[in-house]
Ligand binder design. Sequence first.
Ligand SMILES: Cc1cc2nc3c(=O)[nH]c(=O)nc-3n(C[C@H](O)[C@H](O)[C@H](O)COP(=O)(O)OP(=O)(O)OC[C@H]3O[C@@H](n4cnc5c(N)ncnc54)[C@H](O)[C@@H]3O)c2cc1C
Length: 288
Amino acid sequence: MIPVAFDYVRATSVDDAVRLLREHGDDAKLLAGGHSLIPMMKLRLATPATLIDISGIPQLNTVAVNGGRITIGALTTHAALAASDALRASAPVLWDAANQLGDPQVRNRGTIGGASAHGDPAADYPAALLALDATFTIAGAGGERQIGAGDFFRGMFETALASTDVLTAIAFDAAPASAYVKFHHPASHYAVVGAAAVLTMNGGTIGAARIALSGIGDAAFRAGSVESALTQVDTADSAAVRAACAGAAAGSEARSDTFASGAYRAAMADVFAARAVALAAGRTKTRR
Ligand SMILES: Cc1cc2nc3c(=O)[nH]c(=O)nc-3n(C[C@H](O)[C@H](O)[C@H](O)COP(=O)(O)OP(=O)(O)OC[C@H]3O[C@@H](n4cnc5c(N)ncnc54)[C@H](O)[C@@H]3O)c2cc1C
């Protein structure tokens, strides 16, 4: 449980972090909250020669709501998101995810940027960010670029980030009729199955739905067939909601491990997708 020896440098700005990443090459890693990277280093699953600490860059620790568009700096902690009334009102799906993530220590140190960059298949934010159709802003050697959530999460511990990239911000449109629910692992609180729903409602009927799932396959994914089946469903008809959510995991190969089989994960995907839809729909009436 002792990491391989490494060098440590602090970045003072995003440009400085990109410069340091280029200078130190593939052997360097960014350090944000350290709650995924440090455990991996202690297990020697990661052996970076240099850690570039970005946690002191102030511009990346912000939650801004502007005319229905929410922009979150990559260094915003899970605890800050969980405590944000603005996020709760505008995008409860992400607020739910932040509140259910890990334990207080993890929430106080871990960041949304680190959690997204890490690409853990059982992480909570990827489902919420896919359902929000979020846009990721990335600073790299070639300047700044933006990429959609659908192209960002690529596989198990794999994202669109290159080794000299810094994720700086994540933005999305307000989605008040939204929710995230999960069946958490009792030890780690990671998602065995996590389901995010973002709904556009016409009265009590679903006009459009974006449904995304975490914990099931190698990466979070959108449940396209469920999204289509939910269109025009009256959310007061719980049997119709459940029927539309059947086969939610069809787009992914469900993983088996010592805690849950793939078949069990797939069955729970249907259940939790329907719960997320019901909770999101209920938020059009009262905030819960
Ligand atoms: C006990 C425990 C329980 C947990 N439970 C949950 C849970 O229930 N749900 C869940 O979703 N997560 C859970 N986590 C993970 C937690 O959310 C981590 O905080 C998160 O995955 C990583 O964020 P971090 O800021 O700590 O990143 P770090 O550990 O500092 O970095 C993680 C990786 O991302 C890279 N990185 C960090 N920031 C950036 C950036 N801005 N741009 C580019 N690359 C970057 C790093 O180089 C590294 O490769 C848990 C962790 C622990 C230790």
